[in-house]
Each structure stands twice: as C-alpha cells, then as structure tokens.
Design a protein around this ligand. Structure first.
Ligand code: SF4
Length: 381
C-alpha cells in the first residue's frame, strides 16, 4: 500500500501558536467596528463611514476619505484598515480576462487569488489558508503542507482588493462589478471553518457592513470534511458546496484525497446530499481528470451510478500538471468519453475552462514558483 502523508487539520490544534495578522475592520461586524471606534475616542458613526469606503467604494487610501476629519483619518484608517496583503506579483493572461495575484502576508506567508472575467460576470477565486494540510498528492499547495489559517479579514481582503481591480476596468470584456466568489484557492476552507463562515457573512452582507454579494454566487469547496459539511448546512446560508471527489471508489480516493481515509466516499456523498436537501442548492462535484489514474470508463460509469438522480452537477477539471509532477491531464478523447458516459447516466456534466494556464493557474503553483525563485535567488546570492 502507498504510504501517505499525515493530515493536519488545524495548526492551533498542534499547540503551535500561528502568527495571526493585526485586527482589521473585516474581522468585525458593524457593532464590533463601532465598539472599536468608540475605544479610539471617536464617534461610533465613523465605523460606518470607514466601512463604506472599504466595502462600498473599495477605497482604502485615507487621503481619499475626505468625509473624515483630516486630523483623525490616518489614525482611523491605520487602526481599522491595517495592510494585510502586500502584492508580490500580479500576472495577466487570456487577453487580460484572467489576472492572478500573489500576496505576501504579514508573517511572510504567500497566498494566491485569481480574478476571472466573463462576458456576464466577474469571479474571484480566493485562498482560505496559507498552504494546506490535506496532502492531495497531485496538488502544488498540498506538497508544502499547512503554514496557518488565514484570518477572516485576510480572506475577505482578497475579494475586496480584486473587486477594486475589476472596478477599475482592468478585466477585459467583463462587467466592472465583482459578482462571484469561489473558495477554491489555497487551503481547505472547511478546515478554517469559523473564519471562512465569518468571511462569507462579510461578503454577502450589504454595504457598508459587507460587500453585498448574493449568497448564491458564493461557492465553498471541500475535500469532504463531513462534520463541517453538516455544520455548514445548518448555518442558514445558501452557498454552493463544491465537493472535490476526484475518484468514485475508496481505494483510489484514499490515495488521491487522503482525508478519504477518515470519511469514505459513501459518507461524504451522504453529507453532500443532505446539504443539497437542506439548502436546495445543487452540489458541484469536482473531478480532476488525471491521465490513466481516475479517467477509466468504468470509473465514469461508477460515478454515474453514484450521482444519478441526485441534485448534483459534475465539473470535470483538466489537470494542470505542476512542474516535475508524475501526474498528467487526461487526453481529450478520454475526457470526452468520460463526459459521454456521465451524461448517458443522466448526470449533468461540464468541463471547466482552463483559465490561467500560462500563469501557473493551478492552486499553489504561483506561490511554489515564487518560493523556488527565492530559493534560487538565495542560492546564487
Ligand atoms: S487540492 Fe485543495 S485540499 Fe487538496 S492539498 Fe490542494 S489545496 Fe489542499
């Protein structure tokens, strides 16, 4: 049997104190912000004013907050809007319709976000952890392990920052307003449960409390942390659940998604169907197509039997191989046959577009490249 890496779910649980960032307005709800502003000796309504700049106007530069007294602008903005994300690289491809950002956090950790423009919408893919403890062997992020959970504000700030980029008209051929957020960047969102749920509440609360996105336009992915899926179903949120299945049988899934050793395919799917029943939301089944690993016709048929008649949609993802990896994408004819068999079983299926390939588009690839570059710079220094 393949020997598999250990899964670490939460760095706090190992007793190592992660270096969390300074508190930010987006960590707090509006009453919490009012309390903080009052502690600073300012009138409580300043919290709403600063929130309106940040969430409503996507402004973070105190100089542009001209409705605040000049004498207190810097202090208020410095306390409520400390810098959380420092851009390291911003890259564009797909004729400007995809923009990838690599950020350095206050403790030096690197995380990524991707902004994707379409004719009818703008989507941002955000990270929920620095690194990831889930150890999926085909994933660049999984190879490096988990550094720490992101704070609520570090998660939200990725979306707000890139909403500002979209609003500046930088995404070619798309509307200027950010409309969709997917938690499919670095990390396992449900392993950072409380902060991710708080971030969702900020994203969907109307301005000035939050960014005012529709709950239905938020997608949370998971490798299948069953208790957390059940807890999410009870949150009274109608966000879409994306289950990264990648294999329909336990033997292969134990290897591809090591958390399957804890919660098997049948348990994970049962939790997903309960989520769909509670929220009325169709579950997205994510399936990376990996050449000669999980793309056989019999696996398509087995997947079809598991999903037939369920409130589910399959999203096949052509694998974006990481440099030096032994994993490769399935050939197109194999992919087409897989799709055909699923559709014949009555399962709605699409193949995801491969945005960002030219810019290390798979999760963790840009951060991995930056680390490698830094290493080579250090080695040649
Ligand atoms: S695929 Fe997702 S859950 Fe698995 S290691 Fe990569 S980031 Fe983590």
């Amino acid at each position: 049997m393949t020997s598999l890496p250990l899964i670490s779910v939460d760095p706090d649980a190992r007793g190592r104190k992660p270096a969390m960032p300074p508190r930010h307005l987006a960590d707090l709800d509006l009453p919490g912000r009012r309390a903080l502003v009052t502690e600073l000796g300012e009138p409580a309504f300043r919290a709403k004013q600063v929130s309106n700049h940040y969430f409503g106007r996507l402004v973070r530069d105190p100089e542009r907050m001209t409705d605040l007294p000049a004498a207190t602008r810097e202090r208020l903005a410095g306390t409520l809007l400390p810098t959380l994300l420092t851009p390291v690289r911003e890259l564009a491809c797909d004729d400007g319709a995809t923009r990838k950002a690599l950020w350095r956090l206050h403790d030096g950790s690197l995380v990524e976000s991707v902004l994707m423009g379409y004719p009818d919408r703008v989507t941002v893919c955000i990270s929920s952890q620095a690194g990831c403890g889930m150890a999926c062997p085909f994933c660049a992020t999984g190879q490096a392990g988990l550094t720490r959970n992101l704070s609520t504000a570090e998660i939200v700030d990725q979306a707000v920052y890139l909403a500002g980029v979209a609003a500046s008209g930088a995404v070619a051929g798309s509307p200027p307003r950010l409309s969709h957020v997917v938690f499919m960047g670095m990390g396992e969102p449900l392993a950072n449960y409380a902060r991710v749920v708080a971030a969702i509440r900020r994203l969907v609360a109307p301005a000035p409390e939050g960014l005012g996105l529709s709950q239905r336009h938020i997608t949370v992915s998971t490798v299948g942390l069953v208790p957390a899926i059940r807890r999410l179903a009870s949150e009274d949120l109608s966000v879409t659940l994306a289950l990264s299945l990648h294999a329909p049988d336990d033997e292969l899934r134990d290897e591809l998604v090591p958390v399957n050793q804890r919660w098997k395919v049948s348990e994970v799917l049962e939790a997903a169907w309960d989520y769909a029943a509670t929220t009325g939301r169709r579950v997205s089944i994510e399936y990376a197509m990996i050449k000669d690993v999980n793309d056989q016709p019999w696996r398509a048929d087995l997947l079809g039997r598991l999903l037939a008649g369920k409130l589910a949609h399959v999203n096949l993802i052509p694998l974006n191989p990481t440099p030096g990896s032994r994993w490769d994408a399935s050939p197109k004819p194999v992919e087409r046959e897989f799709v055909r068999r699923l559709r014949d079983a009555g399962v709605s299926t699409t193949v995801r577009d491969t945005r960002g390939r030219e810019i290390d588009g798979a999760c963790g690839q840009l951060a991995a490249a930056e680390d490698t570059d830094s290493d080579s710079r250090a080695a040649t220094a």
